[in-house]
Design a protein around this ligand. Structure first.
Ligand SMILES: O=C(O)CCC(=O)C(=O)O
Ligand SMILES: [Fe+2]
Length: 304
C-alpha cells in the first residue's frame, strides 16, 4: 500500500505571500492538489450548506425533477452524468445540483416555503467562495512569477463562470466495480475548492498515461478546502501545473460533498503564458475562449 498522500497546506492568511506562493507552486507541479486553510469561510456556513443540501436531496424525486438542469443550473439525477466520457456504463451514481453565477438570473431555486433560507445560504456561500478564490488566484499568479493581479488583467475575473455543485452519493448497497460515484475526470476550469463530509471515496491518479493506473486516496482535512487545478489552468501553464485525474468510489455509506468550480469569464482567452514556453518547449495547446472550452466539455459530459 502506498503511503497516504500529503499535499501542502496553504494558509490564506499567512503574511509571507512569497513563501506561500512557492508552496502553492510545489503543490500544483507535484500533484495539482493542495489544502487551503484560514480561507475566511465560516465553519458554520459550511455546515449550513451541507444541511440544506441534504434537505434538498431528501425531497421526493418528482419535486427535484421540477428543477431539472437547464442552462447548466439545477438538478441532475442519479446516473444522468458521466464524467469519464470513455466509459460505456450507464452513468455516475450521484445526484447533484448546480448553482451558477448569481448575476445572470439563470439559477433555479427551490421554493422558499419548501426549503426556507435555502437560496440565501447558497448565495452567501457563492459570494464567500468567490472571494476566497480571488485571493487564492493572486497567490497562484505570484507562484507563476506573474503580477498578483494577472488574472484580473486578462479578464478572467470580470464575471467568472463560478459554479457550486452540491453532490450526494447515495449508499446503493451495490459493489459494482464498473460504476463510480464520480468516474475518472479532470475539472475543466481554473481551480476547484472542495469540501466533503469526511466520508472517504475521493482518489487521484498522478500519472494518467501510465498503465495500470495507480489510484491513491485523498484524505479530507477538517476545516480545510481540498483545492485542485483544472484544465484551463493547465493550458495557461503549458502543463506545468497539473490538472490531475480524480474520481470518487461508490461509498459504503451516504456521502455528501460541495464543489466550487471557477472558470474564467466567458470571453477570457486562455493561452500559454510566456514564462511557461520556450523554443524547445512550445505551447502544447492553442489559445481558446473560456466559454467555448467550457461548453465543449459540458457537451461531452452530458452526451448532448
Ligand atoms: O465529491 C468529491 O469528492 C469530488 C467531486 C468531483 O471531483 C467533482 O464534482 O468534480
Ligand atoms: Fe472533479
Amino acid at each position: 500500500m502506498p503511503d497516504a498522500l500529503q499535499f501542502p497546506i496553504i494558509d490564506l492568511s499567512f503574511p509571507d505571500r512569497f513563501s506561500i506562493a512557492n508552496l502553492i507552486r510545489q503543490g500544483c507541479v507535484d500533484h495539482g492538489f493542495f489544502y487551503l486553510v484560514n480561507h475566511g469561510v465560516d465553519e458554520e456556513l459550511i455546515s449550513k450548506v451541507f444541511e440544506q443540501s441534504s434537505n434538498f436531496f431528501s425531497l421526493p424525486i418528482e419535486e427535484k425533477m421540477k428543477l431539472v438542469r437547464k442552462n447548466h443550473r439545477g438538478y441532475t439525477a442519479l446516473y444522468a452524468e458521466k464524467l469519464d466520457t470513455t466509459l460505456t456504463t450507464e452513468g455516475d451514481s450521484k445526484e447533484s445540483f448546480y448553482i451558477g453565477p448569481l448575476a445572470d438570473d439563470l439559477n433555479q431555486w427551490p421554493l422558499e416555503e419548501d426549503l426556507p433560507s435555502w437560496r440565501s445560504t447558497m448565495e452567501t456561500y457563492h459570494q464567500k467562495l468567490l472571494s476566497a478564490v480571488t485571493k487564492l488566484l493572486s497567490l497562484i499568479a505570484l507562484s507563476l512569477k506573474l503580477e498578483e493581479d494577472f488574472f484580473e488583467k486578462v479578464g478572467a475575473l470580470i464575471e467568472p463562470l463560478a459554479f457550486i455543485r452540491l453532490l450526494h452519493y447515495p449508499d446503493l448497497n451495490s459493489s459494482s466495480e464498473e460504476i463510480f460515484g464520480a468516474s475518472a475526470h479532470s475539472d475543466y476550469g481554473m481551480v476547484t475548492l472542495l469540501v466533503t463530509d469526511g466520508v472517504p471515496g475521493l482518489q487521484i491518479c498522478r500519472e494518467k498515461s501510465k498503465q495500470p493506473q495507480v489510484w491513491e486516496d485523498v484524505p479530507s482535512m477538517s476545516g480545510a478546502f481540498i483545492v485542485n487545478i483544472g484544465d484551463m489552468m493547465e493550458r495557461w501553464t503549458n502543463g506545468l501545473f497539473r490538472s490531475t485525474l480524480h474520481r470518487v468510489l461508490q461509498p459504503r455509506q451516504d456521502r455528501y460533498s460541495v464543489a466550487f468550480f471557477t472558470n474564467p469569464s466567458k470571453d477570457c482567452i486562455v493561452e500559454c503564458l510566456e514564462s511557461c514556453c520556450t523554443e524547445s518547449c512550445p505551447p502544447r495547446f492553442p489559445p481558446i475562449k473560456a466559454i467555448d472550452y467550457l461548453e465543449e466539455r459540458l457537451r461531452l459530459t452530458y452526451g448532448l
